[in-house]
Design a protein around this ligand. Structure first.
Ligand SMILES: [Zn+2]
Length: 264
């Protein structure tokens, strides 16, 4: 379930929506970062001490296939090919503690770790005289059903698919995605945000707090979504920084890590 548009051509349509693309899930189990990987080589099970240390120089993957395909993992992948379970609801949703735009209590929530990170990021932005607002965070599966159906009734299915995620495909259902905005774009979700000083600050700094710009410009073919400079996905600081430095989309990063991108 993506949240926003399927195709790039319609970029404009998506702007109007408060729900942009995004969908996915994560796992808390993920914190072990790749620890599941067996590092034991066949060679020496007897001399445990020397052989296991060899992995020291090799970068250990920060993600595992099990976690990428686990709705409750912080590294969960949600996109048009990887749907979240209909009944997945994060257990640790909390109200965000930053300025918000919408009245709905639901969308002003994130999972605990993501919420704490968001607060830190907004505070750091403030210190740089950058004022950010949180517009749309968690969305339940049923909320996405309502949204999608409303768009479908009004515009037809084909059109709706261009700017609204189908239920289960929205990364917002993970409770790890937040759409941020600024007064300079009227607190809306607009591609223009990417060129504002707030948007530029977010692009250059979000990874320091564990977030990535999930749908970078020009990567629609890979992510399935148009450019969304406002849509942040929490992955934790270490992984977010690694993805940022790689210059890859999350999908590409997963593949680079040798993980099967599609659910089994
Ligand atoms: Zn979004």
């Amino acid at each position: 379930m993506k949240c926003s548009t399927y195709m790039k051509p319609l970029g404009v349509l998506s702007l109007a929506l408060m729900l942009s693309a995004c969908g996915s899930d994560e796992d808390e189990t993920t914190e072990e970062e790749g620890s599941k990987q067996e590092e034991v080589s066949e060679e020496s099970s007897e001399t445990e001490e020397d052989s296991t240390e060899e992995t020291e120089n090799e970068a250990e993957p920060l993600i595992s296939e099990a976690d990428v395909h686990n709705d409750d993992s912080l590294t969960a992948l949600a996109n048009k090919s990887n749907f979240l379970s209909e009944d997945y609801v994060p257990e640790d949703l909390v109200p965000v503690e930053v300025p918000t735009v919408l009245e709905s209590p639901e969308v002003n929530q994130l999972r605990q770790d993501a919420s704490s990170a968001l607060t830190e990021m907004f505070n750091a932005a403030s210190e740089d005289n950058i004022t950010l607002y949180a517009r749309s965070g968690y969305r339940s599966y049923n909320t996405q059903v309502s949204l999608y159906n409303n768009y479908k009734d009004a515009h037809g299915e084909a059109e709706a698919d261009r700017f609204s995620a189908r239920p289960g495909a929205s990364e917002h259902q993970t409770g790890l995605a937040m759409d941020v905005t600024s007064e300079s774009v009227g607190l809306e979700l607009s591609e223009a945000f990417g060129e504002t000083e707030e948007g530029i600050w977010v692009r250059e700094n979000a990874h320091r707090f564990g977030f990535i710009i999930r749908y970078p410009e020009g990567m629609e073919d890979v992510t399935g979504y148009m450019y969304e400079p406002w849509h942040l996905r929490y992955l934790g600081e270490e992984l977010a920084a690694d993805v940022y430095e790689s210059g890859l989309t999350y999908e590409e990063y997963i593949i680079e890590s040798g993980i099967d991108i599609n659910e089994g």
